[in-house]
Design a protein around this ligand. Structure first.
Ligand code: 2HG
Ligand code: ZN
Length: 384
């Protein structure tokens, strides 16, 4: 049984060659009146993240947000513990879901929709379901947390002379602006692809090689004062209207499509200790440079130290070798081979690069306890 949400994942969590029953959650569209007093919204698993945003009452918002918001569903986002653009401030789906209703492999229904912030009465079933990738239960509804919507948001693209300058700029910026919600890294190569794809001029100045998309509650003057004297800063484009803001976000959110338009690529979704980002990316660049015709397009969630690296131009026969070299490098510095898209079927054979045998045994014991016949999403997380 393969649960299907919006199918926006990258690791084949809903793709299965063997005969199977696909269970779509698209008709689970219940939506109750948002509960402002308790800052909660109760939704069916089939609503999209965009629909949840649109259902938030005035002055409140749902904090999880990402480019695939109009297709990705609540059930899938919980099952994969989706992250996205605001994790640095609000955490991943785990921190924003306070209850789930789900159907277990034996058909019983678990209704853990109580939604209290504190409830230490044994194991946390909702959190167990978050990130379980459809292997423990099929999520049918959820109780989500609402957060106060920031009053004024300042959105800007800061351009830097080098990638290292952009990476080093984040800690001083955060120290001056503790509420930064978005800090997304984009590099010249990626922006060049997006610029061709969107038929717009690259927003970086000619001597700029890296951009940081920043969003922070406050006014442009506050951001200007905080970014003054950042080493390597060469330009700042501040949004002065909603359409400016949309355009700035489009540069970041169009990376996936622009890369896809180039053909097949090795797609990596890496999480790294912040202190290791610069040196690891340098090492990845060296590995990629050794492969003739290959280019790495790196971009993503600098704010929470997770980056997408898509490697273009690698022949199919050398792709697995290059991919494992990069993943071993990431594991060696204490990074993760899946920051936000999960293990799925694609990375199941690589789980032990990141998790110990003891951890894998714990996960398998939980799986066996809830789904003894292995009916739910076989081959996901653990190879068959
Ligand atoms: C993003 O951050 C998504 O844009 C997709 O996680 C990443 O396409 C990708 O590699
Ligand atoms: Zn991402």
């Amino acid at each position: 049984m393969v649960p299907i949400g919006g199918q926006t994942g990258l690791v084949d969590g809903t793709v299965f060659d063997e005969p199977h029953v696909a269970i779509s959650t698209e008709r689970l569209r219940s939506l109750t009146e948002p509960d402002v007093l308790n800052a909660r919204i109760r939704v069916g698993a089939g609503l999209t993240i965009g629909e949840v945003h649109a259902s938030c009452p005035n002055g409140w918002t749902f904090a999880v947000d990402f480019g695939a918001r109009e297709s990705a569903t609540v059930g899938g986002a919980i099952a994969t513990n989706a992250g996205g653009l605001r994790v640095m401030r609000h955490g991943t789906m785990r921190r924003n879901v306070v209850g789930v209703e789900a159907v277990l492999a034996d058909g019983s229904i678990v209704d853990d929709m109580r939604g209290l912030d504190k409830d230490n009465t044994g194991y946390d079933i909702t959190q167990l379901m978050a990130g379980s990738e459809g292997t423990l239960a099929i999520i049918t509804a959820a109780q989500l947390k609402l957060v106060p919507a920031p009053k004024n948001l300042c959105t800007a693209l800061l351009s830097f002379a080098s990638r290292d300058d952009a990476i080093s700029a984040l800690p001083p910026l955060q120290a001056r602006l503790p509420d930064i919600e978005v800090a997304e890294l984009m590099l010249r190569e990626g922006l060049d692809l997006v610029s061709t794809h969107l038929r717009r001029t690259n927003p970086l100045p000619p001597d700029g090689n890296a951009g940081l998309l920043i969003e922070v509650p406050g006014f442009p003057e506050t951001l200007a004062a905080a970014s003054e004297e950042l080493p390597g800063l060469i330009d700042a484009a501040v949004a002065s209207s909603l359409s400016d803001r949309r355009n700035l976000f489009a540069w970041r959110e169009s990376h996936t499509e622009a890369i896809k338009a180039q053909g097949s690529s090795i797609k990596l979704d890496l999480s790294l200790p912040r202190s290791m980002i610069g040196s690891t990316l340098d090492a990845v660049d060296r590995l990629v440079a050794a492969e003739e015709g290959a280019t790495a397009i790196t971009y993503g969630h600098l704010g929470d130290s997770s980056l997408h690296v898509s490697i273009l131009g690698v022949p199919d026969e050398s792709a697995p070798h290059l991919e494992s070299l990069v993943l071993e490098l990431v594991a060696a510095v204490g990074g993760s081979l899946s920051a936000e898209h999960g293990i799925g079927r694609k990375r199941a054979s690589q789980l032990s690069l990141r998790r110990s045998q003891t951890e894998i045994s714990i996960m398998k014991a939980v799986k066996a306890g809830l789904d003894e016949h292995g009916l739910l999403n076989p081959g996901v997380i653990f190879s068959i």
